[in-house]
Design a protein around this ligand. Structure first.
Ligand SMILES: [Zn+2]
Ligand SMILES: [Zn+2]
Length: 77
């Protein structure tokens, strides 16, 4: 018997491929260092830790709203 029933993992991969731009859309921060986005950290703004956060949305700088320790140190202006 060769069963080709799609497993839950296969379905998960297919769903992931359907939304390639929302891979890191969740607030799943494993880093203990950066709790605010790069822009808020750089400008010492109040960050609500959303993606993008409220401060970046107001400043129209959602492109720089990055949550990573490396990005916080190396900001591309
Ligand atoms: Zn922020
Ligand atoms: Zn931000």
């Amino acid at each position: 018997m060769d069963t080709s029933v799609p497993t839950s993992e296969t379905l998960a991969q297919q769903q992931a491929q359907q939304h390639p731009s929302s891979v890191s859309g969740g607030p799943q921060l494993r880093s203990r260092v950066t709790v605010v986005c790069a822009e808020c950290k750089r400008l010492k703004l109040k960050c609500d830790r959303r993606t993008p956060c409220g401060s970046c949305t107001k400043r129209d700088a959602v492109a720089r709203c990055i949550y990573s320790a490396a990005a916080a140190e190396k900001v591309f202006v």
